[in-house]
Design a protein around this ligand. Structure first.
Ligand code: NAI
Ligand code: MG
Length: 353
């Protein structure tokens, strides 16, 4: 199979982990006889430094003409500590999602058995946890009108959802539920928010098309608690942009670390595959970032954008083997891990290769 992949490392550890992600894609191509070609492009802080624009037109065009995008992260402390900055790396990320119509963000939360002890949650509660989140990605409070009034003393962010936007993400989630345990949890805050009441109404309506799927509706605050109390009760979870952002960072602890979680953003055009973590400035340049989230993102890319299930599974199995052999990056090591088994970013990548 011939495919063209765009590598968009972005900022901070995004650079370090996508370099490893690309290497494993290369290895898969060689092993399975595919021809993958690559290009790279700028986004985020590095793009602002080079062009003044967090998502240069050239990057966007390259994304649109590629078969898939392997993405790193955006963000720089310079902006995090300057609330008045008008041009920000995150604008590049949001614009990319909007322009490519990436309305569905899939975040599989799966705990590799070997990492049971790496989590801060008790092993007996965690064992068997396997959740697939569908986070809506192009609506909600992130994209609504925002601004200041009263001479800047009052700030506002508008949350907005249309029936159409809720319906298409709900349908994706139901389709996935049909291929899994036929269980779906829709998360909202319908007791307070109007957008959530529309959300619930639409999910209830879509549910009629999938009578085999057992549906429950939970409030987001209760879900935050249930995720830690009893993660195994969830299978497919569908939720709005903001709730999904927060709940999946929380759920990353089920998988042991932010450094383990991959995501797929799909919609109308090119799919974008990225770790859920950010640019992690606290560890940038130290060579200790966990590359497994990027590697597992590459596995999602192979499966979802290219339909290469065997290749995707081969990659996941390789990760599993490396963990079984006892290798860890710092973020997933525990007190039992011998110091010679704690690897840096590149060395961990080499083990998987
Ligand atoms: P973060 O996800 O970058 O880091 C949170 C914590 O997890 C840090 O302690 C970090 O060291 C650790 N961590 C993250 N990824 C890791 C990995 N692969 N291996 C080992 N440890 C890892 O979130 P934070 O610190 O809140 O934000 C840093 C910057 O990233 C900010 O500028 C933020 O805006 C941006 N950001 C970007 C995202 C994206 O591009 N999708 C998502 C989240 C944050
Ligand atoms: Mg986030």
């Amino acid at each position: 199979m011939k495919k063209h992949i765009l590598i968009v490392p972005g900022d901070g550890i995004g650079q370090e982990v996508t370099a490893v992600g690309k290497k494993v894609l290369d290895k898969i191509a060689a092993k399975f006889g595919h021809e993958f070609t690559y290009d790279s492009a700028l986004i985020g802080h590095v793009a602002i430094e080079a062009t003044g624009n967090p998502l240069p037109e050239e990057t966007l065009q390259k994304m649109k003409s590629s078969d898939a995008v392997l993405f790193g992260a955006v963000g720089h402390p310079k902006y995090d500590n300057d609330p008045t900055a008008k041009v920000r790396p995150e604008q590049g990320l949001l614009k990319m999602r909007k322009e490519l119509g990436l309305y569905a963000n899939l975040r599989p939360i799966k705990l590799f058995d070997e990492l049971l002890s790496a989590s801060s949650i008790k092993p007996e509660i965690l064992k068997g946890a396997d959740i697939l989140f569908f986070r809506e990605l192009t609506g909600d409070i992130y994209f609504g009108e925002k601004g200041r009034k009263n001479n800047g003393d009052t700030a506002f962010d508008m949350a907005e959802y249309s029936r159409y936007e809720v319906e298409r993400i709900a349908r994706k989630a139901f389709e996935a539920a049909m291929t899994r345990k036929k269980k779906l949890c829709s998360v909202d805050k319908a007791n307070v928010l109007e957008t959530s009441r529309l959300w619930r109404e639409v999910v209830q309506k879509v549910a009629l098309e999938y009578p085999e799927v057992e549906v429950e509706h939970q409030f987001v605050d209760a879900t935050a608690m249930l995720l830690i109390k009893d993660p195994c009760r969830f299978d497919v979870v569908v939720t709005a942009n903001l709730f999904g952002d927060i709940l999946t960072d929380e759920a990353s602890q089920i998988a042991g670390s932010m450094g383990m979680l991959a995501s797929a953003s799909i919609g109308d055009g090119t799919g974008v595959y990225e770790p859920i973590h950010g640019s992690a400035h606290d560890i940038t340049g130290k060579g200790v970032a966990n590359p497994l989230a990027s590697i597992l993102s590459a596995a999602l890319l192979l499966d979802i954008s290219f339909g290469l299930k065997a290749e995707s599974d081969a990659l996941i199995n390789a990760v599993d083997k490396v963990l079984k052999a006892g290798f860890r990056t710092r973020d997933i090591a525990d007190s039992q891990t011998a110091s010679n088994m704690v690897l840096g970013t590149e060395a961990m990548g080499e083990q998987v290769l």
